[in-house]
Design a protein around this ligand. Structure first.
Ligand SMILES: Cc1ncc(COP(=O)(O)O)c(C=O)c1O
Length: 376
C-alpha cells in the first residue's frame, strides 16, 4: 500500500475531490511538464525533428508497459470514439452476426457499433447485469452469432467489474473479437493483455491516467497491426523523421500500431504532460494504486452501508470506483448539498459515483459521509 501521496497533487485541502472518473486530479509534475512545454513551443527555433518523435515514443512505451507489453501495439489517438472507430473499421460483423455490449455502456463505445451494423448489417445485443454481476450475463449472451464483444473493464456508472479473462476466453471460443474500453480502469486497475488477449483496448488519457484531455491510447493486437487506419497522415509513414524527404511519398507505414496514430499526435504540450503522468503511474505501480484505493472505496462502502446506502457486493466491485444507491432513488437536494460541502463526486443515473485517487484522505471520505448522513 502506498502512503500519503497528497503532496504530489495540486488539490487544495478544503476540497474533497472524489471525482477521478470525471477528470483525474492534477499532479504537480504534470502541470510543470505542461508549463515547460508551453515555454518551449514559444521558441520554435529550439524545436527539432526529434521532438516530434522521441516524447511520443516515451509515451508509447509507458502505456505499453502499463498494459504488460511493449510500446509497439500502442497508437496515440484523440478519444475513445476515434479508437473505437479504428477497431470497428478493422473488424467484420455483417448480416446474421452480432455485437455484444452492456446496458448503459459509455456512448463512445456504442454509437460506432450502431453505425456499423446500420451500414453493414448485423445486430446489437445489449446485456443486462444479472444478480451475479456482468460476467455471467455476458458469457450467457455470447454465442456462435457473436462477432464482436465490446465491454469495459468496469462499468463507468458504478465501477462494477467485468472479468475480461473469462470474457476473452468465451469470445475466442466462438471466433469473436474483444474490444475493451479501459477508460475507467486503466491506470488504477491491473489489466494484463497477455492474459486477456483482446483485439483492441482503448483508454482516454485524462481520468485514472492523470494526463491530458485530448490524448487517448489505443492498443492493437499484433494481428491487427497491418490494418486500415482512419487517416493517411505523413508522420505515420516510414522515415517520416527525414523532413527533407517527405515528398518522397511512400506506401510503407512505421511499424507496430503507429499507423493508427492521429494526425499531429506529437502534441508537444499534451504529450509532455502524459509522459509525466505515466512516468509517475509506473513508479507507483498499478497494483499498488489499486490496493491503496481498494482500502478507500471499502471505507466509503462500509460507511455508506451504515447510513442505508448500497454498493455492489464486494466481489463485483472494482478497487478504485464505487457507486452507492439508496432505496427510493436519489434524495432531492443531495447534489446541491455535496457542492455546498465542497465534495466533488458525480451523479450517474441513480448512483452517486465516488472516484478517489492517491490524494484522497480520511477527512475527504468523512466529509462525503457527513453529507450522505444528512440524507439518510
Ligand atoms: C467509459 C468511458 N469511455 C469513454 C469516455 C470518453 O469518450 P471520448 O474519448 O470519446 O470522449 C468516458 C468519459 O467519461 C468514459 O467514462
Amino acid at each position: 500500500m502506498l502512503g500519503d501521496q497528497r503532496y504530489l497533487f495540486d488539490v487544495p485541502r478544503d476540497v474533497a475531490y472524489l471525482n477521478c472518473a470525471f477528470f483525474g486530479p492534477r499532479l504537480v509534475a504534470v502541470t510543470d511538464a505542461g508549463r515547460d512545454a508551453i515555454d518551449r513551443t514559444a521558441k520554435p527555433w529550439v524545436i527539432s525533428p526529434a521532438d516530434f518523435f522521441e516524447p511520443v515514443e516515451h509515451l508509447r512505451s509507458n502505456v505499453g508497459a502499463l498494459l504488460g507489453d511493449d510500446g509497439e501495439g500502442v497508437a496515440i489517438v484523440p478519444s475513445i470514439s476515434y479508437g473505437v472507430a479504428v477497431a470497428a473499421a478493422n473488424l467484420a460483423v455483417g448480416d446474421g452476426r452480432s455485437v455484444v455490449l452492456l446496458h448503459e455502456q459509455f456512448p463512445s463505445n456504442v454509437y460506432p457499433w450502431r453505425a456499423k451494423v446500420a451500414r453493414e448489417g448485423g445486430a446489437i445485443v445489449t446485456v443486462n447485469r444479472s444478480a451475479d454481476g456482468w460476467t455471467a450475463a455476458i458469457l450467457d449472451a455470447i454465442n456462435e452469432r457473436t462477432r464482436v464483444v465490446v465491454v469495459p473493464h468496469c462499468h463507468w456508472t458504478d465501477g462494477s467489474v467485468v472479468d475480461l479473462v473469462e470474457v476473452g476466453r468465451a469470445a475466442r471460443a466462438v471466433g469473436a473479437a474483444l474490444v475493451v474500453d479501459a477508460s475507467q480502469s486503466f491506470g488504477a486497475m491491473p489489466l494484463d493483455i497477455k492474459e486477456i488477449k483482446p483485439d483492441f483496448v482503448a483508454s482516454v488519457g485524462y481520468k485514472w491516467q492523470l494526463g491530458y484531455y485530448g490524448l487517448a491510447y489505443l492498443w492493437a493486437a499484433d494481428r491487427h497491426r497491418s490494418g486500415q487506419p482512419l487517416e493517411e497522415g505523413w508522420i505515420t509513414r516510414h522515415e517520416a523523421e527525414d523532413f527533407a524527404g517527405l515528398v518522397e511519398y511512400t506506401d510503407e507505414y512505421e511499424p507496430g500500431a503507429r499507423r493508427f496514430d492521429m494526425g499531429e499526435r506529437s502534441n508537444f504540450i499534451g504529450v509532455a504532460m502524459a509522459v509525466a503522468a505515466t512516468d509517475q503511474i509506473r513508479e507507483w505501480g498499478i497494483g499498488e494504486i489499486a490496493e491503496t484505493l481498494r482500502e478507500v472505496t471499502g471505507r466509503v462502502a462500509d460507511g455508506a452501508a451504515q447510513l442505508g446506502w448500497e454498493a455492489a457486493p464486494e466481489n463485483q466491485r472494482s478497487p478504485h470506483l464505487i457507486g452507492v444507491r439508496r432505496m427510493g432513488g436519489l434524495p432531492v437536494g443531495l447534489a446541491e448539498a455535496l457542492i455546498a460541502a465542497n465534495v466533488s463526486v458525480s451523479i450517474r443515473g441513480d448512483s452517486v459515483r465516488i472516484a478517489p485517487h492517491l490524494h484522497t484522505t480520511r477527512e475527504d471520505v468523512d466529509r462525503l459521509l457527513t453529507v450522505l448522513d444528512a440524507f439518510s
